[in-house]
Design a binder for this molecule. Structure first.
Ligand SMILES: Cc1cc2nc3c(=O)[nH]c(=O)nc-3n(C[C@H](O)[C@H](O)[C@H](O)COP(=O)(O)OP(=O)(O)OC[C@H]3O[C@@H](n4cnc5c(N)ncnc54)[C@H](O)[C@@H]3O)c2cc1C
Length: 455
């Protein structure tokens, strides 16, 4: 078998791999990016529904570190950065719909007694949550999950009414199965300085973020980031090879060999932007979280009643709400002014997502029509508006698997093991959501750091 030699191979063509490969190509390395699927982008790609080009996965990025905005500037996309409509989101509780308090990280309030928090968790809930501000640091110090930590410091209502819906919506996980330092390391790092108070730590993290919206998008959809990275990588002689799944990686005398179905590549530098552990020494016992399956159903409707955006930019659903199986609804045309303009008067895009931590998406109907029917019923319930099937213009279903690794303590420990092994292997760099955590802010920062270490 003849082996092809390049300077650097990047495995995984999601945003992490694209960012790392682009930086390496710009630094002059002959770089090949291997992507297992038929197109790069990973969770940041588009689909077309009723003629509208929509985000099929991620639709926004957290502005907290400024890293994603800096990358977008670099790619010439600065003018396309846009903020979501300020109407805010809602949370559907067993007691009905409530506006979601605005300031917060993972649903945790910085001001537990503010009017919007009281409105959602009630007077008693706010009194209990305020205990966090005066409780000694030892309260919750021995908690090993986010859920138990929040319960100890802020009480059950903050867990059930704020944190559980937000964590289910963003991470497809349950707070009782994830660890604070794995899901929000920046918040965990702020805790000691806040004397253990979650509310004060949230305040510190929020105050250090740039002024303005906590999340932003791109005019035309965040998948424009993928397109721009692909174009810039190619402009710097980087090569993208799709349908090329790496099955194993091996250390050789002078670099790395990446095994593919038909052949292998050899390079001095290997960047793993996807979890390929086969061939790495000492990791046969390591089990990384495989990620929760998530099903997204997008509905495009001609219904001017939705112009009023009855639930703002969307609804997060608490577990146990009867008659609803979705975990979240995004009213995309209410959230993104560019999309409302593109859709035209009276036309609306709703996106329902299914697959909360532990809940099997396999139990959902397989049949496209039945799934769309379920989404229509859930949207009617969540928007408080009976939607008419006759007004449905088009619908699409996107199924995500292995895209959202759940930040449990076990996953965090497995990642630490992988990092320790990788640190001792010259020429190997690991990056991506599987090690850096979910979210564009986390993965872009990590991938840029990874490429800088190589270059
Ligand atoms: C439905 C959904 C909505 C989201 N919404 C948001 C959001 O609004 N804001 C936000 O910040 N984040 C969001 N996220 C999370 C964010 O999109 C991801 O954390 C981020 O895009 C991960 O990028 P990545 O490159 O690390 O991984 P991925 O996007 O998972 O890419 C990994 C790539 O590697 C490829 N691959 C895997 N194994 C191999 C192999 N052996 N050989 C070759 N290729 C391989 C995969 O095919 C994939 O393309 C969302 C995620 C999902 C699934």
């Amino acid at each position: 078998m003849s082996l092809e030699h390049v300077d650097a191979v990047v495995v995984g063509g999601g945003i992490s791999g694209l960012v790392a490969a682009r930086d390496l190509a710009r630094a002059g390395h002959r770089t090949v990016l291997l992507e297992g699927r038929d197109a790069p982008g990973g969770s940041v790609r588009s689909h077309t529904v009723a003629g509208l080009v929509l985000d099929a996965g991620a639709d926004s990025f957290a502005t907290r570190s400024g890293t994603v905005a800096a990358l977008l500037d670099d790619l010439g996309l600065h003018d396309q950065i846009c903020t979501p409509s300020p109407t805010g989101a809602w949370v559907e509780l067993t007691t009905g719909p409530h506006p979601l308090p605005r300031t917060g990280v993972l649903g945790l309030p910085a001001h537990p007694f503010s009017a919007d928090v009281r409105g959602t968790i009630g007077l008693w809930g706010s009194v209990r949550a305020s205990f966090d501000l005066v409780a000694p640091a030892r309260v919750g110090a021995d908690a090993n999950t986010l859920g138990s930590l929040v319960q100890a410091r802020m009480g059950r209502r903050v867990v059930d009414r704020l944190v559980r819906p937000v964590v289910g919506g963003i991470h497809a996980a349950d707070p009782d199965t994830i660890a604070l330092d794995a899901v929000a390391p920046h918040l965990a790092a702020a805790l000691p300085g806040a004397h253990g108070s979650l509310a004060r730590a949230v305040g510190t993290v929020s105050a250090s973020a740039p002024a303005g919206s906590a999340v932003c998008g791109l005019d035309g959809g965040i998948h424009g980031l993928t397109d721009a990275l692909v174009a810039d990588l190619r402009a710097h002689a980087g090569e993208i090879r799709t349908r090329q799944r790496a099955s194993a990686v091996h250390r050789t005398a002078d670099g790395w060999r990446v095994d593919l179905v038909n052949g292998a590549l050899v390079a001095e530098h290997l960047v793993l932007a996807a979890p390929v552990l086969t061939g790495l020494p000492g990791l046969s016992e390591v089990t990384l979280d495989q990620g929760a399956p998530v099903v997204l159903v997008t509905l495009v409707l001609d219904d001017p009643r939705l112009d009023a955006a009855p639930r703002g930019t969307g609804v997060l659903v608490a577990p146990g709400v009867e008659g609803v199986r979705a975990k979240a609804l995004t009213h995309a045309t209410a959230k993104w002014p560019w999309l409302a303009r593109a859709a035209g008067p009276g036309r609306h895009v709703l996106r329902l997502s299914y697959g909360r931590g532990g809940e099997q998406t396999a139990a959902l109907p397989e049949d496209h029509g039945q799934l769309v029917e379920l989404a229509m019923a859930d949207a009617s319930h969540l928007l408080g508006l009976p939607l008419d099937a006759e007004r449905l213009v088009a619908a699409d279903v996107v199924r995500w698997t292995q895209a959202l690794p759940r930040p449990s303590a076990a996953h965090r420990d497995a990642v630490a093991q992988v990092r320790a092994v990788a640190a001792d292997l010259p020429g190997l760099t690991i990056t991506g959501a599987w090690v850096a955590g979910t979210g564009l802010a986390a993965v872009v920062e990590d991938a840029r750091g990874a490429a800088a270490r190589v270059a």
